[in-house]
Design a protein around this ligand. Structure first.
Ligand SMILES: C[S@@+](CC[C@H](N)C(=O)[O-])C[C@H]1O[C@@H](n2cnc3c(N)ncnc32)[C@H](O)[C@@H]1O
Length: 211
């Protein structure tokens, strides 16, 4: 993943953001040691931003599509009240790591893992959801958006990660590139939402469901 921000400026932003606890540091280091695509982890700035969004909209029920080893999950769980939360994942190696770190977290009781393809999980859910964070397989991003939309409460947020896809959205070539561009266009043209495309990390699209 390319970084859009000058490395020194990014470091400054990192150093002026609520820091990681030891739990996050160990989770990050283990993920980079043992997982094949560790850069999928959202990292401190995006993680803290997600936590801030959970706080700002008083979210109670969150759906995270693509948990990986659980870094973003733990960040959002910090800001949740005691109930709510569900996460979809299909990779059992990532799940095993996430479960070990969740077990150490004071927020572990807020986290429910649902293993299996996310589109199947969404079919089993009932709303209302306050926030959906889409961060799984890129070819299904638009499907996730449409599938979860009816479950999101008015005033709720749908967030897509990696929406600038290391800049490949400018000249899309493969299926993933085109899927991300299609997802960005879908949100941009959806009259049911107000949206903003942010240059945080690899790009974050925020869509607020109109009331
Ligand atoms: C970009 S990573 C998520 C990173 C995570 N948010 C973090 O900060 O650590 C994407 C994850 O989505 C999972 N995934 C891919 N396809 C999926 C599917 N169809 N259903 C559920 N999870 C899926 C992958 O196994 C991977 O762990």
């Amino acid at each position: 993943m390319d970084n859009f921000i000058d490395a020194a400026v990014e470091q400054f932003a990192h150093d002026h953001t609520e820091p990681e606890t030891d739990l996050y540091r160990r989770l990050r280091e283990e993920t980079y040691r043992v997982m094949s695509s560790p850069q999928m982890q959202v990292g401190l700035i995006e993680g803290r931003f997600l936590k801030m969004l959970v706080r700002l909209i008083d979210a109670r029920n969150i759906l995270e599509i693509g948990m990986f080893t659980g870094y973003s999950t733990l960040m959002m769980a910090e800001a949740l009240p005691a109930d709510g939360r569900l996460i979809c994942e299909i990779d059992s190696k990532a799940e095993a790591i996430a479960r070990r770190y969740f077990a150490e977290s004071p927020d572990r009781h807020k986290i429910t893992i649902q293993m299996g393809p996310a589109l199947e999980t969404i079919k089993m859910l009932s709303g209302p959801l306050d926030l959906v964070f889409i961060d799984a397989d890129k070819v299904n991003y638009s499907n996730y958006y449409e599938a979860c939309f009816p479950l999101v409460r008015p005033g709720g947020l749908i967030i897509g990660d990696n929406v600038l896809w290391s800049g490949k959205v400018i000249d899309p070539k493969d299926d993933n590139d085109h899927a991300i561009v299609a997802f960005d266009r879908l949100m941009q043209s959806d009259p049911r939402v107000e949206n903003v495309c942010l240059t945080v990390r690899d790009g974050m699209m925020l869509a607020w469901k109109r009331v």
